[in-house]
Design a protein around this ligand. Structure first.
Ligand SMILES: Nc1ncnc2c1ncn2[C@@H]1O[C@H](COP(=O)(O)OP(=O)(O)OP(=O)(O)O)[C@@H](O)[C@H]1O
Ligand SMILES: [Mg+2]
Length: 269
């Protein structure tokens, strides 16, 4: 089997609800549409919700079934936009109880030889599953919102992760408005000693896309958060940033020719 260069990123946050799922479902979608073999996996075994971003509801086989030894990894892979592969996790109590987290290591190793990018959407804070996965990933990406509690918790995560000898790629600041940005950037760089990978604006379109159960970058590629998410994706993938545009249907093409003019298309087929 040919060995593929792969990057496995564990997405962590000290505080919950700061955008791990929203940001990295979109980043993964964006990298996939750039032609890279990309997988996004929900490793939040107790409170999974990555599948919802992609409209994957009521699916019989998820990571839970794989970890319970009832299904193969291949059976839990679902097609996302642009060639993205999505591994959702179930949300039933029975599924959670039957899943053996020890199998997470095998799942991560499975993708290392088969994908270029694996993003793992982790539970909030630290738990045994995170300790289990940390030695098997290439790096950690932290995410925080620009408030004191979230940043303080991100710093605690940095200390824990680094104490285990794991590499932190940097931090994503999410839901940022322009107020106090300079001050926040100074704290992150000088006090927390973390590289800022991206500053994603607070953008209500993220919630609108979530209601439609599609990633924002394909639903509204020119929204403020989409532009930042696509830039972050290009940065991670090491390719030149090009705006993603929505693949227009006939009606949109008739009324929206100006909108797509002059941009290059990445959009899913
Ligand atoms: N840049 C943004 N602008 C506006 N809303 C956002 C943004 N990023 C995330 N959200 C919203 O914030 C909420 C929490 O996001 P999300 O579920 O991705 O966080 P999480 O860190 O994965 O949470 P958990 O810790 O529960 O797993 C969601 O309603 C999401 O739509
Ligand atoms: Mg989440």
């Amino acid at each position: 089997m040919s060995i593929m260069t792969s990057e496995t990123c564990l997405v962590l946050s000290g505080k919950g609800g700061v955008g791990k799922t929203a940001v990295f479902s979109n980043v993964a979608t964006s990298i996939a549409t750039m032609g890279k073999k990309t997988v996004v996996m929900d490793a939040d075994l107790a409170m999974a919700n990555l599948g919802l971003v992609f409209g994957l509801q009521d699916i019989p086989i998820t990571l839970h079934e794989v970890l319970a030894g009832k299904a193969t990894i291949g059976e839990a892979i679902y097609a996302g936009p642009g060639g993205l592969k999505v591994i959702p996790c179930g949300d039933t109590i029975a599924g959670f109880q039957e899943a053996d987290p020890a199998g997470l290591v095998e799942v991560i190793d499975y993708f290392k030889s088969r994908t270029e990018y694996l993003f793992i959407d982790a539970p909030v804070g630290v738990n045994e599953d995170i300790f289990l996965m940390l030695p098997h990933v290439d790096n950690v990406i932290l995410i925080a919102t620009p408030d004191l509690a979230s940043m303080a918790d991100a710093l605690k995560m940095k200390i824990i992760v680094e104490s285990l000898g794991c590499r932190i790629k940097g931090i994503v600041l999410n839901r940022v408005d322009t107020m106090n940005l300079d001050e926040i950037e100074t704290i992150v760089k000088n006090t927390m000693e973390l590289e800022i990978l991206s500053v994603i604006p607070n953008d209500p379109n993220i919630q609108e896309a979530a209601m439609k159960m599609v990633p924002l970058v394909t639903y509204l590629p020119d929204s403020p958060a989409s532009i930042a998410l696509t830039r972050l994706a290009a940065n991670i993938a090491g390719v030149e940033y090009k705006p993603m545009i929505k693949k227009a249907g006939w009606f949109q093409r008739q009324i929206g020719k100006l909108r797509v003019k002059g941009t290059e298309k990445y959009g899913p087929n």
